[in-house]
Ligand binder design. Structure first.
Ligand code: TMP
Length: 218
């Protein structure tokens, strides 16, 4: 029997990932699967410190795109070795809120770093540890921008360096996700994020259920 299952969620800001990660994890757990939910950047003590540096640290305004790329992947290299590989070897289901497609979309397309170099850094960070299924929650760029604005209004004291980028950056990110989804249709499943929470959840379940019989239960 194959070991574990690695699922990643991807999408632009405000696409509804976090809600769906939780719903999927709860459903799998209720069926007896051992599930671990993770987020990127972060997911380990070292990764959470890197996340703080990337997003909220008061000294991060001068961060270059290259440093951002490497920090995202430092967090990832740690997560892969400290948590993901041992958990998969233990037949667990990993659900990760973002993984390397976010690097391709944000640092590659968004920051306009050389895509081949971005790929080389990702390859070094993850080796052969890659999601079997990626759920790409798509919402139009204007909706994503509106949700980001309202999140910032509700949390005015939480500064996030990445969210300070201009609208053109987020449009390039959205385009990047579209390119990724089109280039790897076997792995990356396009989900229309404009449906109700329940409808998105049902669609995700239709995608995940067929791969479950391969996974052990406890
Ligand atoms: P989130 O956990 O609220 O989605 O915040 C993570 C932020 O980091 C989000 O703006 C996307 C960004 N990000 C990258 O730019 N590159 C990456 O590789 C990852 C994982 C996230």
């Amino acid at each position: 029997m194959s070991k574990g299952l690695f699922i990643s969620f991807e999408g632009t800001e405000g696409c509804g990932k976090s809600t769906q990660v939780k719903l999927l994890a709860d459903r799998l757990q209720s069926l007896g699967h051992r599930v671990r939910t993770l987020r990127e950047p972060g997911g380990t003590p070292i990764g959470e410190e890197v996340r703080h540096t990337l997003k909220h640290s008061k000294n991060n305004a001068a961060m270059t795109a290259e440093a951002e790329l490497l920090l995202m992947n430092a967090s990832r290299a740690q997560l892969v070795r400290e948590i993901i590989r041992p958990a998969l070897a233990n037949n667990e289901i990993i659900i990760c809120d973002r993984f390397y497609d976010s690097t391709t979309a944000y640092q590659g397309h968004g920051r306009e770093l050389d895509l081949e170099k971005v790929k080389a850094v990702i390859d070094f960070a993850v080796g052969d540890t890659r999601p079997q299924v990626t759920l790409f929650l798509h919402v139009p760029a204007d909706i994503s921008a509106e949700r980001l604005r309202s999140r910032q209004e509700n949390l005015p004291f939480v500064r996030d360096r990445i969210e300070e980028a201009d609208q053109k950056f987020f449009e390039r990110v959205a385009h990047g996700f579209g390119v990724i989804a089109a280039s790897e249709p076997h792995r990356v499943k396009f989900i229309n994020g404009m449906q109700s929470v329940e409808a998105v959840c049902a669609k995700i379940w239709d995608t995940i259920q067929p791969v479950l019989p391969r996974i052990g239960r406890w």
